[in-house]
Write a protein that binds this ligand. Structure first.
Ligand code: HEC
Ligand code: HEC
Ligand code: HEC
Ligand code: HEC
Length: 501
């Protein structure tokens, strides 16, 4: 069988399976929205208001992503407050400030907000975050694909500012637009960015069904990626680390293996350990599609984040993409008969357990990182740590670290796939514990007296960040909802206070 035939038959099998489950879900689903008009939208039309002349209802709802959201609807995903508070991920999870120290994410890292703001937020964030240059635009501007082709890839290594200047002036603040998700002639869902097309090839999946496209359009951006570097640390491309994965099975293990497969994937140097490492960003698609209950039931990103909505006599997909909690669980009610309060409590309960284990894993990894720092200081002073022990500890540490940042970057705080979140957190804690045990053994053998509790000195990393001099905001911290964390790492050992050092 040639490769094309394999892909076709795989797709047919996947479609057959999804049809089988969809038929169950469709019993609850509302009737299809009103038929779309096919009109004349010019090929390559970037301007959403031009599309809006034919589809005014979708256009109006798309434009609503500009409006502020209430931040009190979800305990763990505040978004951006309507009174202007910015929720700082490093204050929510202070261990991240230590782990990300050494590059942009350790300086300014905020909760996401509406689609309207994707280019605007990038221009306002601390400039260290866009050091990767034009590569940063891949998931933000609808022009990314065109510019990558026209510049033959030179846009990736261009400075961020130069790259933005390649976008027509009136569209430099334009985020995700109709052209990113739709065919101009048929209005069918469509993707064209090289990143997702290559990504789908890697999981041997193409010719996706209409239902699958309701996930795939979001997977253009809500996925993790690698920005490979050349010898001068200039960005050369943007790729999805999916090689070896399958549709419905892109595990954190697959992602880690892809990162580790080339030194060009080490995008930054972690200051505390001095290790060159890769990174994991917002893996919503990978996490949700890995055998979650809702994925298996045929639900898609669009079902929960773009529910059908009545506008006058019409029924449209709500293009005001947002958390279902910010619209009183209306999206869930398409399929569920429970009350909004019950559903909200379910989400909260899942997130609370995830936050507990994120703390467990994050602090375990941070402790191991500090032990590496100690080990390196002792080595400088002439102490010898057994190489085999050190190397094994480093292997375990990286496994623990990548799992911890995977959970931290995934935007649903566990909801998209609760058992998978528990699995990943558990494995992270196990790997971090092994790393800590080995380091303690190696250091003790080398004659170093290792303290029982390692002080994480978090204030050093979390206060006075970047040019904006950002500080810890204690009121935003998501401390362990159970009090178990404090029995493992006494509070004072976090070395965390809101005052400056
Ligand atoms: C072109 C890239 C891109 C595509 C395609 C995309 N998103 Fe996003 N999405 C983003 C970015 C970037 C942000 C964060 C924006 C910010 O904070 O500036 C975001 C934010 C969000 C948010 C948070 C909104 C809020 O109010 O806080 C949700 C929910 C979301 N996206 C869901 C989806 C879904 C569902 C799809 C598919 C239907 C999708 N996105 C398609 C890039 C994209
Ligand atoms: C079964 C419903 C469901 C499905 C399917 C689903 N999500 Fe979510 N999503 C949620 C819930 C619930 C949250 C948590 C929101 C909160 O706490 O406010 C969430 C959170 C998010 C957020 C963060 C929102 C914010 O306000 O910051 C993003 C981004 C997101 N999802 C994207 C996706 C993408 C992309 C897909 C498909 C790959 C997807 N979701 C599939 C229900 C769903
Ligand atoms: C992030 C991806 C995304 C963007 C951007 C986007 N759409 Fe959509 N659109 C969807 C999805 C998903 C559906 C549901 C389609 C389906 O299930 O077949 C949809 C459906 C539609 C439909 C069919 C009728 C309906 O409401 O379900 C129209 C018309 C439409 N969109 C117009 C627009 C216009 C106009 C814009 C720009 C202002 C736009 N869309 C931007 C994802 C997107
Ligand atoms: C497209 C239909 C659909 C949508 C939309 C949907 N669900 Fe579900 N949900 C299902 C199906 C089907 C199941 C599995 C069978 C069952 O338990 O009813 C399920 C199971 C669940 C479960 C139990 C399983 C688990 O993983 O914990 C919870 C809790 C849940 N849904 C909450 C929600 C919430 C909250 C929303 C909105 C954010 C939502 N669902 C949106 C169809 C849907």
């Amino acid at each position: 069988m040639n490769i094309q035939k394999i892909i076709l038959s795989l797709c047919a099998a996947a479609i057959a399976v999804s049809m089988a489950v969809i038929s169950v879900v469709f019993i609850y689903a509302p009737s299809a929205p009103v038929e779309v008009k096919t009109g004349v939208i010019a090929a390559g039309e970037f301007e959403p208001s031009k599309w809006g002349q034919l589809y005014p209802l979708e256009y109006d709802s798309w434009a609503k992503t500009k409006e502020p959201r209430k931040s009190n609807m979800s305990k763990y995903k505040k978004g951006w407050d309507d009174d202007g508070v910015i929720y700082d991920k490093l204050s929510e999870f202070p261990y991240m400030a230590l782990l990300f120290n050494g590059w942009g994410f350790g300086i300014e890292y905020n909760e996401p907000r509406g689609h309207h703001y994707m280019m605007i937020d990038q221009s306002e964030v601390d400039s260290s975050r866009v050091k990767a240059g034009g590569a940063c635009l891949t998931c933000k501007t609808p022009y990314a694909d065109k510019l990558a082709r026209e510049t033959k890839g030179a846009i990736f290594s261009a400075s961020y500012k130069d790259a933005v200047n390649m976008i027509p002036e009136n569209h430099r603040q334009l985020g995700v637009a109709c052209i990113d998700c739709h065919d101009n002639k048929t209005m069918d869902l469509k993707v064209s960015k090289w990143t997702i097309l290559k990504g789908l090839e890697n999981i041997l999946h193409s010719g996706c069904s209409k239902e699958e496209m309701r996930n795939v359009v979001c997977a253009q951006c809500h996925v993790t990626y690698i920005i490979p570097k050349d010898a001068e640390m200039k960005s050369t491309d943007v790729i999805f680390p999916w090689k070896g994965g399958k549709w419905g099975d892109i595990s954190v293990e697959t992602i880690i293996a892809n990162i580790k497969s080339s030194p060009a994937h080490n995008e930054w140097k972690q200051a505390v350990t001095g290790f060159k490492v890769g990174f994991i960003r917002h893996p919503e698609f990978e996490f949700f599609t890995r055998n979650s209950t809702h994925f298996k039931a045929g639900a898609s990103c669009a079902d929960c984040h773009m529910p059908y909505k009545r506008v006058g006599a019409n029924k449209i997909s709500d293009h005001d993409v947002k958390s279902p909690l910010k619209e009183n669980m209306r999206a869930c009610l398409q399929c569920h008969a429970e009350t909004p309060d019950w559903l909200r409590e379910r989400v909260n309960s899942i997130q609370e357990k995830t936050v507990a284990l994120m703390n467990r894993s994050g602090y375990a990894v941070a402790t191991a990182a500090k032990l590496f720092e100690l080990a390196h200081k002792e080595q400088e002073k002439g102490k010898t740590i057994e190489v085999a022990i050190y190397d094994k500890a480093k292997d375990y540490y990286l496994e623990a670290f990548y799992r911890s940042i995977f959970l931290g970057a995934e935007n649903s705080v566990g909801f998209h796939n609760p058992p998978e979140a528990m699995r990943i957190a558990g494995d992270s804690v196990a790997y971090a514990s092994k790393a800590e045990a080995l380091l303690r053994q190696g250091l003790t053998k080398a004659g170093v007296d290792v303290p029982v509790n390692i002080n994480l000195e978090l204030s050093k990393y979390i206060n006075q960040r970047g040019t904006k001099k950002l500080n810890f905001r204690p009121e935003q911290e998501f401390a362990d909802p159970t009090s178990i964390q404090e029995t493992l790492l006494p509070k004072e050992m976090k070395g965390l206070n809101s005052k400056l050092n």
